[in-house]
Design a binder for this molecule. Sequence first.
Ligand code: 5GP
Length: 115
Amino acid sequence: MSETPSIFTRIIDREIPADIVFENDRVIAFRDIAPQAPVHVLVVPKTAAYANVAELAAGDPALLAEVVTVAQQLATDQTDGHFRLVFNTGEEAGQTVFHVHAHVLGGGLKEGTLA
Ligand code: 5GP
């Protein structure tokens, strides 16, 4: 395939910088460039094979479980334990990057924001 790599693949490949807070062979996590909460981290499988959580759940449930586990661990580390885990799925739900990712939002959400 000759599709343009997603912005997240470019972060994974170190083509563009990001504030990376976790990384292993399969998953990376970094701070969102436009945070919607005091803690706003994106947890991203390194493979670009899945556009959204529905595809990931169908194609690699173990990888989805790992994304959720990493998200939970980061939330435990970085928030008071009260957090949201959001997978925007589809343009009309606000998804802008079609490389599946979980938003971890915590530490007191700003009023009126929807990430
Ligand atoms: P979505 O809207 O697809 O659920 O979430 C995409 C997220 O990626 C947005 O919250 C947006 O702020 C974030 N984002 C887009 N481009 C970049 C970037 O270059 N670096 C980082 N760290 N986050 C980005």
